[in-house]
Design a protein around this ligand. Structure first.
Ligand SMILES: Cc1cc2nc3c(=O)[nH]c(=O)nc-3n(C[C@H](O)[C@H](O)[C@H](O)COP(=O)(O)O)c2cc1C
Length: 351
């Protein structure tokens, strides 16, 4: 019996998404990106499991209204987890209980990977990779506070290149009753630069009996399949690639079932997705100008999957209306069709 089971008195409840050999695809939690609208679009494209943007346990503990908004989700998003960050075990446990009372997520995810100074300097996120006793205490206390709701954790491979400790951390988390562990294959010091280290992810997957979800640089269906074949991961988490093309989920699933790589959707369909995403955000904000401005960074991400990306980025940096986006779409489709890259504008669905 693991120490934690003795200490905390329970066995870890599992996540149903791993049952019967399934290999679930997770949308990565991304602050400022994986909001309700984007999560639902990714779900349409085949994401199996969603997670909210990270939420401060202290904010929940203090019943901060803004924090509560981040917790909202619709039933169709299930299975969905709420991701919490914080460093105080008691506050984290109480925050997790509040979250379960308020929105009843399918699981709670603990963030032990955030590299941002504002979080790390308060000992949250990846700071806990340097403080294993506190990390294990936070995990064990939350697990027992919310049982039988499963608790998962997301870690990086270590604080820096000299302190890669993901295997040890994962063992502590599994012993604390954590139901699944996502490993982002970078250190805190790397931020988002350099390459994800899949060797360490693989070592973690070999060393614990709970499911390990691999994360980092999964940029296409074939890369996900390669990582799946090379390692013992039980699922994959996709972040930035979904921002520029959420169809990566359906492409990956198609590849898993048929062994065939399928093309990205037609250009007109990609534009329809972009326009719809913008329209949904405008509906949500209730005001067009601030809503579209808030979409500029997202449009930049979409441009990576489009022809004439540089030109699009210049234009996206100035948009503030839906009409402008539709105009850019029409021009991009025309120009690509002229160069024989894409179908005609008639395929752009009117709003
Ligand atoms: C804009 C952005 C915001 C992020 N916010 C979070 C977050 O709130 N919680 C978290 O655990 N990871 C966060 N991450 C990290 C991602 O979940 C993921 O681990 C990382 O992007 C590597 O995966 P990828 O190569 O598929 O993008 C964020 C990443 C990005 C790019």
């Amino acid at each position: 019996m693991p120490d934690s089971v003795r200490e905390y008195g329970l066995m870890a409840p599992g996540l149903p998404c791993f049952q019967n050999g399934a290999f679930p695809l997770f949308l990565a939690p991304m602050a400022g990106v994986s909001d309700k609208t984007f999560r639902q679009l990714c779900k349409e494209y085949g994401a199996d499991v969603l997670t909210t943007e990270f939420v401060s346990a202290e904010g929940i503990f203090r019943r901060n209204e803004r924090t509560r908004e981040y917790l909202e989700f619709d039933e169709i998003e299930r299975p969905i987890g709420v991701q919490l960050f914080g460093a105080d075990a008691g506050h984290m446990a109480e925050a997790a209980r509040h979250v379960i009372d308020w929105v009843r997520p399918d699981f709670i995810d603990l963030n032990f990977g955030c590299p941002v100074n504002k979080v790390v300097c308060r000992n949250g996120g990846s700071a806990l990779l340097k403080d294993c006793p506190t990390l294990q205490k936070v995990a064990g206390t939350v697990v027992s506070a919310v049982a039988p709701v499963p608790v998962t954790a997301k870690i990086r491979i270590g604080w820096d290149a000299d302190s890669i400790n993901a295997v040890r951390v994962a063992q502590l988390l599994a012993d604390a009753g954590i139901a699944a562990i996502t490993v982002h294959g970078r250190t805190r010091a790397q931020g988002y630069s350099g390459e994800a280290d899949w060797k360490v992810i693989s070592e973690v997957a070999e060393s614990v009996s709970v499911p390990v979800i691999g994360n980092g640089d999964l940029a296409s269906a074939s890369i996900v399949a390669k990582r799946r074949a090379e390692t013992n991961i039980a699922g994959a988490m996709i972040g930035r690639a979904a921002m520029s093309g959420p169809w990566i989920f359906s492409q990956t699933k198609h590849y898993f079932t048929t062994g065939e790589l399928i093309e990205a959707p037609r250009l007109s369909d990609r534009w329809n997705l972009i326009v719809r995403h913008c329209q949904l955000v405008v509906n949500d904000w209730g005001e067009e100008d601030p809503a579209i401005r808030s979409m500029r960074a997202r449009l930049m991400a979409y441009s990576r999957s489009m022809p004439e990306a540089k030109r699009l980025r210049d234009k996206f940096s100035q948009v503030s209306t839906l009409a402008e986006i539709r105009e850019i779409a029409a021009e991009n489709i025309h120009s690509s069709a002229r160069q024989n890259i894409a179908p005609t504008i008639a395929e752009l669905v009117p709003l």
